[in-house]
Design a protein around this ligand. Structure first.
Ligand SMILES: *Cc1c(COP(=O)(O)O)cnc(C)c1O
Ligand SMILES: [Zn+2]
Length: 482
């Protein structure tokens, strides 16, 4: 490997409880505070040392790393010092996550939206969602623990709306012995593709009747009573890894993000916490100056964070909601475990001069947006469509004036959620979603020649007849012989 290129700096990471403020060492895996049950953020207590370099020097270091051939620094750990500067290069797991493309909105779509925007295609991560960022970090941490403590067996476990389990199973399978993976899914509430992923990776796949919030409670019981490594976003190592999204956006835009607007779908609220934490970290070290406008987006079928922030400050009260079926199924969460993180980080974000808002959108808007953007050559999942719909809403509300560009987080690949597109096209959406398809967007395969017409034809004759039929269907003009 590239040990001489690997950074020498080592941090002193501690868990910091957002409930009682106490700190705990990271030589063991903790998910929540043993004293008060609060959630953690990871803090590098040595980080004042990082301030010895200027923001400009850090920018140069990270830009130079983008061209380096050093596997452990290729993905999210390009930003090693900002991330988990306690791992040795041999702990770091790299399956190709991170460094996802930022793709400009198609010209006709930009015109339609009236706002310059791009998608960051998180579906181009190895398990086809942004969850790989957090998993790469959490599994690197587990590997460092296994190395130091010589553990003989480790069972990782997570509850999931589909993508966490796909990522956990993939990384677990790659690491192999002594790690085994079990995932807990709400029966019938993940897409067939998401269910196939952990099965293919060889994880134990356990289905529970109910919704994600029910599965989360089961996992918490297990984590309280047995020795398991919980990989939900309650695990602060995952949040840490997901901060890399913010670092990459900043780097791509030349470290000048002040007049950008970032849109992130909110489910368990881990991702929006990570993005905020990452932005604040860069700002603290002078790597960026102003903070971008930050927008969370929620469906009206799962909107506890929107409900909280839509009220005036003095009337705000957090209450879980009962979710209804949502095409943004990966964000269909009524009681987000990271809500305390959001609350804390929004305070810090606003104090540092940034703005944070949550947009609420309908299921109809999400689905129409998803169909529309993908008909313009994008590969957005329904949550990416949700961001587009949120951007349109924010634009209408006048919140995007003076905004140079909106960056929409398409959190997964379109193919993971393709059955929603199919239901839209064949008009089979269950009523509970509240989606009425636009029949003009229905697109079906058309057969050329019937089986009967083909019977007994040799290949040349068949090609001749099929070509003639296709030419007639598509209205093609024959070439004129010269
Ligand atoms: C997990 C997930 C979300 C929601 O992210 P949170 O961190 O739970 O808020 C959104 N989209 C996709 C595709 C996901 O997998
Ligand atoms: Zn505590």
């Amino acid at each position: 490997m590239c040990h001489d290129a690997f950074p020498a700096y080592r941090g002193k990471m501690e868990y910091e409880c957002l409930g009682c403020g106490k700190s705990f060492p990271t030589d063991q895996l903790l998910y929540t505070c043993p004293d008060c049950g609060g959630v953690f953020l990871l803090k590098d207590r040595n980080c004042n040392e990082l301030k010895k370099l200027s923001g400009g020097e850090w920018r140069k270091i990270f830009d130079a790393r983008a061209g380096m051939r050093c596997t452990p620094l290729r993905g999210i750990f390009r930003f090693y010092e900002l991330m988990a500067p306690v791992f040795e290069p041999e702990d770091i797991l790299y399956l190709g996550e991170g460094n996802t493309p930022i793709v400009a909105g198609a010209p006709a779509l930009q015109e339609y939206a009236g706002i310059p925007f791009s998608f960051k295609n998180e579906g181009q991560n190895p398990s086809a969602s942004f969850k790989d960022r957090g998993m790469a970090c959490a599994y690197s941490y587990l590997r460092s623990l296994v190395r130091r403590h010589h553990w003989k067996d480790v069972l990782t476990i997570c509850a999931s709306t589909g993508d966490t389990s796909a990522a956990a199973a993939l990384y677990g399978a790659y690491v192999g012995d002594p790690i085994k993976t079990a995932v807990i899914l709400p029966l019938g509430k993940v897409t067939p593709q998401q269910l196939a992923q952990p099965l293919g990776s060889g994880a134990s796949v356990l289905e529970i009747p109910g919704v994600f919030d029910d599965c989360m409670k089961v996992v918490e019981r297990l984590a309280d009573r047995y020795r398991v490594a919980l990989l939900n976003s309650k695990n602060s190592w995952r949040i840490l890894g997901q901060e890399s999204y913010a670092f990459e956006v900043a780097q791509w835009y030349g470290w000048d993000v002040e007049d950008l607007a970032l849109f992130v779908p909110v489910g368990n609220a881990g991702n929006i916490s990570a993005v905020m934490s990452g932005l604040l970290k860069m700002r603290c070290l002078g790597i960026i100056e102003g903070l971008p406008k930050l927008f969370g987006v929620q469906s009206e079928h799962a909107d506890p964070v929107w409900r909280y922030y839509s009220k005036p400050v003095q009337e705000r009260k957090y209450e879980p909601v009962a979710v209804r079926p949502s095409v943004a199924q990966a964000a269909m969460i009524g009681d987000p475990v990271s809500f305390p993180r959001v609350k804390k980080l929004v305070e810090a974000y606003e104090e540092a001069g940034g703005t944070f808002s949550v947009m609420q959108v309908t299921e109809q808007e999400i689905m129409d947006a998803d169909m529309l953007v993908n008909r313009h050559g994008h590969i957005a999942c329904t949550q990416g469509g949700e961001c587009f719909a949120g951007m349109l809403r924010a634009g209408k509300a006048g919140l995007l004036q003076n905004c140079r560009e909106a960056v929409l987080d398409s959190t997964a690949h379109a193919l993971k959620f393709i059955d929603f597109q199919n239901m839209y096209m064949d008009g089979s959406f269950p009523d509970a979603y509240g989606v009425t398809p636009d029949a003009r967007l229905a697109n079906r395969p058309v057969s050329v020649l019937t089986e009967k017409e083909c019977r007994g034809l040799d290949r040349m004759t068949l090609a001749e007849r099929a070509a003639a039929q296709i030419a007639s269907m598509l209205g093609l003009e024959p070439l004129k012989k010269a």
